[in-house]
Write a protein that binds this ligand. Structure first.
Ligand SMILES: Cc1cc2nc3c(=O)[nH]c(=O)nc-3n(C[C@H](O)[C@H](O)[C@H](O)COP(=O)(O)O)c2cc1C
Length: 206
């Protein structure tokens, strides 16, 4: 596929079909993920592939995603937000639990941080996170090429999740990514349109 075609095809999907993903496509996408640029040239990333419902349930539990969500309260929380943002959150938040449980595969992307989070004081120290996200984008694009989609969920209780998955103390989680084929009724949200010419600055800001 042409690069623009794949970039446009990749969209966030939170509603999945109950259909297995082939190991070959998964491996191909991980191989491409590892071709991403890496700040220290070491590609210090790991992928944990989760398929069992038992582990998915533990993930949901570790993240406290099993609470009931009141849509009226949620709508109130976002009432003053830009419509396109509000629409995304009102669709996404109630699906955080199910998207993990229903995805045939959940991929946890792990990276080696430069410094512990309490010692980070410069954007430069976040190069490890930036590199992990370059890797994640390659992964998502490669899946999209094969009609497989995902959603990057960022855990809030990483300590619990790391412990549950036996991730070494010195490593961190970049994202938990439920992936799968799109359900028939999968919701794809409108992307905000950007006037690119307003976002390109020549020589200086103005
Ligand atoms: C850094 C980052 C964090 C995100 N965190 C979440 C998340 O916790 N839960 C979720 O459902 N989606 C999450 N998303 C997905 C975004 O909501 C999604 O990319 C956005 O709505 C744009 O949709 P698109 O990817 O189809 O363009 C995250 C995306 C990024 C890049």
């Amino acid at each position: 596929m042409e690069i623009r075609e794949v970039i446009e095809k990749r969209r966030t999907v939170r509603d999945f079909k109950h259909e297995e993903i082939s190991t070959e496509i998964l491996k191909y996408s991980i191989e491409n993920a590892f071709k991403a640029p890496s700040y220290n040239h070491l590609r210090e990333w790991d992928f944990i592939i989760v398929k069992s419902l038992e582990t998915k349930l533990k993930l949901v539990e570790s993240e406290n995603l099993n609470k009931e969500i009141r849509m009226d309260e949620l709508a109130k929380l976002f009432e003053n937000e830009e419509l396109i943002k509000k629409e995304m959150y009102l669709d996404a938040i109630p699906k955080q639990n199910k998207m993990i449980l229903n995805a045939p595969v959940v991929v946890i992307v792990v990276f080696k941080p430069k410094k512990t989070i309490n010692k980070v004081d410069r954007i430069y120290d976040l190069n490890c996170v930036a590199s992990a996200w370059c890797c994640i984008e390659n992964f998502l694009l490669s899946l999209a090429e094969h009609d497989i989609y995902g959603v990057t969920y960022i855990p809030q209780h990483t300590g619990k999740v790391k412990k549950m998955l036996d991730i070494p103390e010195e490593l961190e989680i970049a994202a938990i990514i439920p992936i799968g084929y799109k359900a028939e009724n999968a919701k794809i949200l409108t992307q905000k349109e950007i006037n690119i010419s307003e976002r390109i600055h020549y020589e200086r800001w103005k």
